[in-house]
Each structure stands twice: as C-alpha cells, then as structure tokens.
Design a protein around this ligand. Structure first.
Ligand code: HEC
Length: 149
C-alpha cells in the first residue's frame, strides 16, 4: 500500500512537472536573438573601419551606438526562467545564476554607447572610444554565451 502511494505521488509529480518543461518560451528566445542580431549587423561597418578595411564613416558609427542604446535595455528583459533551453539558444545556464550582473552589463553597454555618442567626433576619437564600447559585447559573451564567440 505504502509503495503504491509513493509510486502514485511520484507519477503525479512527473505529470505536474511536464507542462513546465514543455513551456519553453520560444517566442522570447527568438526575440532576444533577433535584437542581438541587429546589434551584430550594426557593428559590422564600424568593425570594418576599425580594421582599416573601409573608410571612416561617422554616420554608421552613430547608427551603431544608437542601436546599442535602443536594443540593450530590451534584451536585458528577455531572459525569463522558462527560456533557458530550446530555440537553439546559445545562452549559458550561468546567465540565470547571475541575472543582476547580466542586467548591469546591458546597462553599461547602453551607458557607454551614450557617452561615446558625444566623445566620438572624428576618426581618432573613434579609434580610441569605439573598442571600449564593443568590449562590453565580448566580455559578456565570454561569460554567458556558448563557444566563447
Ligand atoms: C550582458 C551580456 C551581453 C552583452 C553586453 C552582449 N551580448 Fe550578444 N549575446 C549574449 C547572449 C547571452 C547571447 C546568446 C543569446 C541566445 O542565443 O539566446 C548573445 C548572442 C549574440 C549574437 C547572436 C544572435 C543570434 O543570431 O543568435 C550576436 C550577433 C550578438 N550577441 C552580438 C552582440 C553585440 C554586437 C554586442 C555589443 C554591441 C552584444 N552582443 C552584447 C549576451 C550579451
């Protein structure tokens, strides 16, 4: 009788967990990936300029800085607990153990981008200031994104 009860309780608990496990927030994963991808695209032109592959273009730099400020606060809110897996997410489990740090990093990216908007006025200030802004990207990826990309 006792065994039956334990088995029944166990079965009931599995059933109770099942909906949680399947309710991965695929929409939210898709949304954060798309906002991150936008930042990646915006970074392409300034990245080429930094390498000296294309001529300096202040407008493209300002566009990237504006994109970071627009997207970073949105992305910071797109890591709910039910979005840890699924949707080919590259986010590491450590992210959810350090949500405050992650939020602060997105805030810092936006703040640094805002400051750089004022301080970058020509190619020289761009070479000095832009790498500091995008340093925030790599630093966070190293901790919280798979494959250290
Ligand atoms: C505070 C942390 C953090 C910061 C800052 C950050 N990222 Fe990411 N990034 C992530 C995480 C986590 C993922 C994986 C998201 C996923 O797959 O669910 C990611 C994924 C990406 C992707 C891949 C998106 C896709 O298609 O799946 C690109 C591109 C990207 N980031 C670009 C950037 C750029 C450019 C910056 C800086 C301007 C930046 N990120 C700043 C954490 C961050």
């Amino acid at each position: 009788m006792r065994t039956f009860t334990v088995a029944a309780l166990f079965a009931a608990s599995i059933l109770a967990l099942a909906p949680v496990a399947s309710a991965q927030n695929l929409e939210v994963i898709k949304e954060r990936k798309s906002l991150l991808k936008e930042m990646g695209k915006a970074t392409k032109a300034p990245g080429d300029m930094l390498k000296g592959a294309t001529p300096f273009d202040l407008a493209a730099v300002k566009a990237a800085l504006a994109k970071y400020q627009e997207n970073a606060p949105k992305i910071a809110k797109l890591f709910p607990d039910d979005s840890k897996t699924g949707g080919e997410t590259e986010a590491l489990p450590a992210l959810w153990e350090n949500k405050d740090d992650v939020t602060k990093r997105f805030e810092k990216l936006a703040a640094d981008a805002k400051a750089a908007e004022a301080s970058i006025t020509d190619e020289f200030t761009f070479m000095d200031e832009f790498p500091k802004v995008v340093g925030n990207c790599g630093a966070c990826h190293k901790k919280y994104r798979k494959d250290d990309k």
